[in-house]
Write a protein that binds this ligand. Sequence first.
Ligand SMILES: NC(=O)c1ccc[n+]([C@@H]2O[C@H](COP(=O)([O-])OP(=O)(O)OC[C@H]3O[C@@H](n4cnc5c(N)ncnc54)[C@H](O)[C@@H]3O)[C@@H](O)[C@H]2O)c1
Length: 379
Amino acid sequence: MFNVAIIGTGAIAPSHIKGYKEFSEECKISALCDLYPEKAKKTSEQFGLDVDVVQDYQELVYRDDIDLVSVCTPPYTHADIAIDFLNGGKHVIVEKPMASSLEECDAMNKAAEKNGKILSIIAQNRFRSPMMKLKHVLDTGLIGPVLHTQVDSFWWRGHSYYDLWWRGTWEKEGGGCTLNHAVHHIDIFQWMNGMPDEITAVFSNTAHDNAEVEDLSVTIGRYENGALAQITSSVVHHGEEQQLVFQGKKARVSSPWKLKASKSMENGFPEEDRDLEDKLQHVYDQQPDLEYEGHPGQILDVLKTLKGDGEVLVDGIQGRKTLELITAIYESSTFKRPVKLPLSPDSPFYTRAGVLEHAPHFYEKSKTIKNFTNNNITT
Ligand SMILES: NC(=O)c1ccc[n+]([C@@H]2O[C@H](COP(=O)([O-])OP(=O)(O)OC[C@H]3O[C@@H](n4cnc5c(N)ncnc54)[C@H](O)[C@@H]3O)[C@@H](O)[C@H]2O)c1
């Protein structure tokens, strides 16, 4: 039985609690921690938990009866909390984004390696049946080399979203929609398509004059073989129509799942390649559905690894790659120039101090509230 502590009991914590509760024969939530202990208490009552509630996570770092920790606090705290628990001999699951700088990611990965503990970064949308099936289809190579990828990370958040005390600042949120919303799609993009060699990006704040950070960014990634990717990150898109489209030389596949294959007629115009479409659809359909999706799916992945079965799908190296791409988007947008990957520690955005020194303030934060009364969110 693995004993679990959850640090931060705000909007995302219930997704972790529900996840752990799915596997109650294998794990038990033993402690909740929040800067506002009354929030942790309320959460424990809401979910009928029998747990210790603490205000300072340090009280839990060296407790022998805790094996695994979920870090559900704002991004600027992720590195310190994760490193302290890893050094305290615990396995750690960290909410996205992994941290607010690459320097912090490197320190987290070092701590995980030094202590021989699992570090897994939440990317719950990888753990969806259609996403796993799409990844499998891409891995077969049947669509040919990918020539163009379109990533539409379209979200919508109202003005008051940035009133929460830690949001809307480079210091505490670490960035805007590219870091905190598109992180989901950028993670899946780099998992499925690999890292580009060069990033050119533009960012802006179009509708949130109460936030320092961007609410819209448009990025072109270029691969060595000439393939291009376009990534739009936004919290100003009504309807939140999100998609990842992979245009291969022979066929196009996407999430949400859609498939088209063309072959050339004698005059170069397209005709449908039915054989290939049938083959690709068959590969997709052959893949089994996941038993658990989203946060429960990722928690199961960690529990299996704890029991010695394989390795976690989203470790700190994967989390860092996603952050590297986002960091390159910020660097390119800020300095209005293409940025080569991989980024070196000399990058002006490698450290949090560098981000704070260079990132533009589109606006200043104009209002700060401690908590919303309504904690319902969509993920
Ligand atoms: N995976 C997803 O789909 C998803 C969705 C929403 C949020 N998130 C991520 O989850 C994290 C938390 O976001 P949220 O929306 O739950 O925020 P939130 O503000 O609702 O909750 C965060 C909680 O952490 C507490 N806290 C802050 N610093 C702390 C500290 N040092 N020690 C203990 N408690 C502390 C706060 O009091 C608050 O209750 C962020 O990294 C966010 O990006 C992920």
